[in-house]
Design a protein around this ligand. Sequence first.
Ligand code: F0G
Length: 367
Amino acid sequence: MTLANLTKTNQIATSANNWQGLIETYRPYLPVTEATPVVTLLEGNTPLIPVPAIAQRIGKEVKVYVKYDGLNPTGSFKDRGMTMAISKAKEAGAKAVICASTGNTSAAAAAYARRAGMRAFVVIPDGYVALGKLAQALLYGAEVIAIKGNFDDAFKIVREMSENYPVTLVNSVNPYRLQGQKTAAFEIVDILGDAPDWLCIPVGNAGNITAYWMGFNEYHQNKQCVRLPKMMGFQAAGAAPFISGQPVANPETVATAIRIGNPANWEKALKAQEASQGEFNPVTDEEILDAYRLLASEEGIFCEPASAASVAGLLKVKEKVPTGATIVCVLTGNGLKDPSSAIDYSVNETYTGIEANLADVAKVMGF
Ligand code: F0G
């Protein structure tokens, strides 16, 4: 397939509801050959959903969309990177993979590795991985190792492990991860017809912001878009090394997915921010949770707390939004990943102890 007929092919694949996963769709842009065994769960092709209630809160004429990557097969954007990383690991003959994770990477690594017939080792910070993510890793058949430490400690261990033992590292320092993840930028341009003015994105280990920037630039070089977006990265205030300019020793936030103090892709993410004339800004846990509830209760979109950081950030810096701008906020993970947060931070409560009859239920309803 050539670059020239790529867009046409996408349209055909989409309209026939015959999506073949992101490697087949964007093959000319990816480091794969006919010899690469494609390990796919048909990830990608996630919806770009308008969010008018959020746009209205900006207080000027703007278009705001969310890229809902929580609709990937394991419920997060990590599937985009993992289809590439696992396909390439299989091509190289790997028998086992390893990652450190706040949860989503471990779920994706487990699913794709097991599908490829490999062992999956996942090292996680004990007590700081949301329930749904842990459930996934276990059921997919990963070998889960919970350490008394945070993500940064886990990452140090797996990095060294992969240098000394026959296990392939599938964290986002594996270059194939970012190659897969850049396709989210392609999908946005394919739908909007150009890049947005702003891309708002939560930042943890800083792989995804790097991947998006790479994707927009490759599409720009291939004349698929005219604009390049400002990359607006948002970190949880208690885990915001890009704001303080140095690693954070004890990162803390309710958004456990981005509870990271020393991002592995530091330099690349900084370059993306600078080259795009973007910004890094912190959002407090309270702001994250407000956006989390707002997305669910006014837009009908259930994401996990870390994902809501992109919307919380946009609302926080809304004064800087140019009138007429098109903005995309990346929703990186599905809300079902973290049911405990949904229950703990929901404003509404369940009416309990109600007698099982029409009159009592009607009374509770206010009739
Ligand atoms: N949002 C979610 C839901 C995540 O799981 C992550 C990272 C991020 C945002 C940040 O992306 O690291 O590329 O800057 N989760 C990793 C994991 C660390 O282990 O699942 P990033």
